[in-house]
Design a binder for this molecule. Structure first.
Ligand SMILES: [Zn+2]
Length: 290
């Protein structure tokens, strides 16, 4: 028996009123009007991870961290990796380079001050690094980040870079790694296989099968949000059926599904799963399951 492939478990720490799906109808200035639920949900996640013996990476918004400092410290104390999700969920591809630099610098400093640990990882809001803003990788490296997990090599209406490599790569001539979100290559295209809404919308057995196929060749990344385990969150009205469908479908099933996922695969923090990049396979296998 060979040891199972270790995959990276990740949580994007933001509250239910901060998600991209609602960005068009909730102004940032109104965030203060909402009652936060992120801390209760993160505590439930910490309990679930502890029960399963899983360590994870928490990509955390600076806006959340400065309002929930004890929560950030509990994440670190439980042995998880603290990483940056930017300050206030502004897409990287809507920022000029200097504004992006200020955002990622401020967020790293905030998280390091609060958490008392080095922050090496970054995930752009809504996977918003792509062909439009490749300069972002250089800025991240100059600002002290070691890796980014911001590219999603799929087609999607809100994000995606379908021609990007599907395995970790160095996007420039520097040392920073991009560790792209996991996809399954089949029938000539990349299929999302890293969690998010798809994990709630598809049957669990289909997701498990897809992840097992990925693990034949490489480690995967899974991601979810604290609000996804919270079926009792206040409903945001008047925001379009698509956003509501994406946000609210199967929330009540999420905790049980996560339990199965934690049991069915081996999980660890990003910085440990991808500690030494030993990928020898080409980034993309055309036409076959990879
Ligand atoms: Zn996010």
């Amino acid at each position: 028996m060979t040891a199972p492939v270790r995959n990276a478990m990740t949580v994007d720490v933001e509250d239910y009123f901060q998600v991209q799906a609602f960005a068009g109808c909730i102004d940032r200035a109104a965030w203060h009007d909402f009652t936060p639920r992120v801390e209760t949900n993160v505590d439930r996640i910490l309990e679930q991870f502890a029960a399963a013996g899983v360590s994870a990476t928490f990509f955390t918004l600076g806006w959340i961290a400065e309002r929930h400092k004890p929560m950030v410290r509990r994440i670190v104390a439980a042995g998880h990796e603290l990483a940056s999700h930017g300050y206030d969920h502004t897409r990287a591809d809507t920022q000029e380079p200097e504004r992006f630099r200020a955002d990622v610098r401020h967020t790293r400093e905030l998280l390091e001050d609060i958490g008392g640990v080095a922050v090496r990882g970054y995930r752009a809001a809504t996977f918003s690094i792509g062909a439009r803003n490749p300069w972002a990788f250089r800025v991240l490296e100059e600002e002290g980040y070691a890796y980014s997990s911001s590219v999603n090599p799929i087609r999607h209406d809100l994000y995606g870079m379908p021609d990007a490599p599907r395995a970790p790569y160095r996007p420039g001539d520097g040392m920073l790694w991009e560790i792209p979100m996991t996809t399954l290559r089949a029938f000539g295209r990349n299929w999302p296989c890293s969690g998010g809404g798809y994990f709630r919308l598809l049957p669990y057995s289909a997701f498990r099968q897809a992840l097992a196929l990925v693990n034949r060749r490489q480690a995967a990344i899974f991601y979810f949000h604290p609000w996804e385990i919270d079926p009792h969150q206040p409903r945001i009205a008047d925001c379009g059926w698509k956003s509501r469908f994406r946000h609210y479908t199967n929330l009540s099933r999420m905790t049980a599904r996560l339990d199965r996922l934690l049991q069915d695969f081996a999980w660890d923090r990003m910085d440990r799963v991808f500690a030494d990049e030993t990928f020898t396979s080409p980034a993309c296998g055309r036409g076959a399951f990879v």
